[in-house]
Design a binder for this molecule. Sequence first.
Ligand code: ATP
Ligand code: MG
Length: 261
Amino acid sequence: MGHDHPVIELRGVTKRFGRQLVLDEIDLAVERGKSTVIIGRSGTGKSVLLKHIVGLLKPNRGEVWFEGQRIDTLSERALVPIRRQITFVFQLNALFDSMTVLENVAFPMMENSDVRLDREEIASLARRCLELVGLAKFGGKRPAELSGGERKRVALARAIALEPPPKVILYDEPTAGLDPQRSDAITKLIRELQEKVHVTGVVVTHDMKLAAEAGDRVLMLYHGRFVADGSPEEVRQIKEPHVRRFVEGTAEPEDVVTYTT
Ligand SMILES: Nc1ncnc2c1ncn2[C@@H]1O[C@H](COP(=O)(O)OP(=O)(O)OP(=O)(O)O)[C@@H](O)[C@H]1O
Ligand SMILES: [Mg+2]
């Protein structure tokens, strides 16, 4: 069994919600062991795209492939072994409020029968992952007692606290709501997971610093299509106006509302 096929592949994926066209014949091949970053303004379909990769949404047209297997036609049951290989760090993370932070991080390992660790090993790995996201002292707290950014980091710790590590991690806005220094720490963590553990990452973000530092390849989604695709450096040089404005953080002219009395 060769590994020359892309880990994830979208072929001509079109997604509509009613009359709204969100993804317009998207082609994307995600390379093994690399970090692919998808940028784009709010509401362009970045989260929708990620959800196709784990079968949470089905395309209206086109195909989704994972490890050489077509998955958009699979039943929920047949998707289970696929989803086991992919960790999805959601944009809005659900933590279990009845459990402590440490229990939240340990939960997927306790549940997954593939994990061959005893309770003590699981707790110790969970603690290490909490340390990595700067929450070593918070293991005994409950999610309700944490700030928004702290919850986000608990969710990240939970995503990486797997043994063996997941093959693929999908990160939806991993640095949103974090201060610049925490964002930088998370950016470095994403980079490290890729370099040391060879996790294939797909990162959705508005954060250009994250894109530049953690991305091997950056694509920009605009009106259902990719309008930029290249290394972070190449994307920074692109002259296309929508890409320029996104990179510089300048409003699109149609979004500028003039206040008149
Ligand atoms: N389940 C759904 N049903 C109907 N419309 C949806 C659904 N999910 C997403 N949409 C619409 O699809 C568009 C893209 O949504 P998506 O969540 O992918 O945006 P996004 O690029 O992730 O934005 P943000 O940066 O704000 O998270 C939005 O206009 C949204 O309203
Ligand atoms: Mg989103």
